[in-house]
Every structure is written in structure tokens, then in C-alpha cells.
Design a protein around this ligand. Sequence first.
Ligand code: ZN
Length: 381
Amino acid sequence: MNKNNMLAVIAAAGIGERFGNEIPKQYLKINGNTVIERAVQPFLESTHISEIIISVSQDDNFIQDQNFYSCKKIKYVFGGITRQESIKNALNAVDKKYKYVITHDAARPNVTNKDISKLYEDITCSKASCSFLYTHIYDSIKEVKSTDKTKDKDKFYLVQTPQICILKDLKASLKKCIDENISCPDESFAIEYAGLSSSKVLGSRSNIKITEPDDLKMLNNFLVRTGVGFDLHRYEAGTEIILGGHKIKCEYKILAHSDGDVLLHSIADSILGAAALGDIGIFFSDKDDKNKNLDSSDIIKYCLDQLERLKLEIFNIDTTIICEKPMISPHRDKILKNLSSLLHIPISNIGLKATTSEKLGIIGENKAIAVQSLVNLKEKI
Ligand code: ZN
């Protein structure tokens, strides 16, 4: 593919009436980034695209807060009342001559660089005026009529963006639609209406268009935030230690300001990390007298409250306890049961492993115990 010979146009003037929401759908967040930030990213990264025009609504108060806003590759134009006018305004804002233009919807956050490359290859090979992504239909289809007749779904397919067009052909086609007051659902329609040829490339069903609140929920269900945690405490001679709220008879005790539950501390750290809240020391300082002999399950409860506030929940946890003594395996089931009830997740979503440090270092010499944890959080539905 030749580099830097394509213009990209992102249609972001939609106001998202179907959400019944004050924030337009393209500005809602998925796992920390807005829908439009995700939609624009592959076009920013593509070495084949040298300029991006984003058409926004005149009332748009959100675009300046997007992470790409000051990027030199991007220009902004006001969109029109219809999609075809928005795209036309964007094309008119370009000085440089481009052979191809690739158009995309701000509400499709799962577009990939591969989609862009596939379309470019297809339009250059097919010599068509337009190439678009399509997907098969797997659900049954009925026509909205009083008789509601079922259609043969194999005769239909779904059309997505991005779509790539020969720029001069798209300009002429849009002009024809606007002059004749024809509404264009997408650019491939304008090309088709003008009697020009199109080609299609199989896309991915994951390239969904966020249209209804349910779409965002579904997408969030597939996305996770990952956090890692680590904690280490010193041992001294004693009679028992506590791991995951379970007391284990042992010739050592854990030195700590709190109850020293190194397993819960490590898990709490991973939760706080995944939620981008910092580390356990920020909230439970070992210099603070009120944390003396603190029950570490209170730390976990605090973390879960924070997740509730952020509308996040734990999907799974994996932990590794690193010590020479005590043997963890006889206590594994009880620890798992405690963790499950404390974290409100099934045992099947908790990994609990134990290892030694081969008698090396402070852990090997029974001077310390450490725990590593990993947690995946997802948006609460
Ligand atoms: Zn600790």
C-alpha cells in the first residue's frame, strides 16, 4: 500500500437520540476511553492516512476534551443536518489532492488497522468506486408488514463502515443525492445511487455501531481492566499466621501494623491498581494508629465499595503465595472459600497457587512471606 495517500473522514455529528442521554453516544466511555477516541485511533496510527477530518455538531461541547483533539493530523468541520452534507462539508475542507477517502462512524469503536488495509487493497484490486465492509446475517429476518413474512436471510448482508471511495466519485455521488434530496445512510449508497460500482470485503461482527444503551453494555462485557498486586511481610517466631482470613498454625507470625494478612493485602493492591486508584498504603497507612491490628477483610470491603462507586466488579483473581512454611495445600480449600465469600465471586474464578523460593533469599530462609496477585475487573452491568 502506498503511504500517506489517503484522507479519512469521521462522521461525529450524530447526537444519539436513541440513548435518551445528555452525553452523545460517541462521547460515552468504554474502559477509560470514549467511543470516538477508540474509533479514531487506528486512523491516527495508520501510515497510509495523512489527514483526518472529523465532522462535529455545532453544539458539540465534548470534542475538545478528547485525547486526539490537538493532533496535527486532524481538522474539524461542522457537520450538516444530514450525513451526506456532513461528509460533503468535510471533503470541501481539504486542500490537498487525494485519490481515496475512507469514511467511518464515530460510534464504531472496534475498527482496526487491518480493516483499513483490507479496504485499500480491495478498492485498488477491484477498480470499483467504493469498497465497504460487510457481515453475514445469522438471525432470521421478517419484513415489517401486517403479514410479517420471513425473508431468506442468505439474500441479504449487513453493511458497516469504514468504507473507502475514489474521492472524486464520492463527491459527484453526494452532490447528486443532495441535489435530488435523497437521504444517504452511508457512502456506498451514494455511489450506488449514482450508478457507480462497489465492491465488498468481509468485515468482523465485533465492529459494532453503538446505537442503543444495550450495545455499550455488551461491549463492556468483553472488556476488562487488569491489575497486579504484590506484598511481602517479615516473619518472626510465633504460633500462627493469617492468609485470606484463614488462621494457620505455624512456627512463625507475620510482622505487620495490621493483622498482616499478606494475601488480602496483595489482592487489595491488585484491585486498587486495576481501578487506577493507587496502592493500599494511600488508604491504609501503616503509620496510622487507627490501622493497628486492622482486620484486613475491612481493606477488601473498602476496595469493593470503591468498585461499586466506579460501577466495576471483579471477574477473576489469580494469586501466588511464596513461602517455605507453612504448607499451603492443606488449607487451600478453606482459603478459597473465604476469598469467595469476601470477594463475592465464585471459587471457579479464583486462582490460588503456592510456591517456595527454593530455600534462597529472605523467603527461602523463612524470614518473609510474599504474595503476587492479578485481578481482572469488568464494568458492572
Ligand atoms: Zn501487607
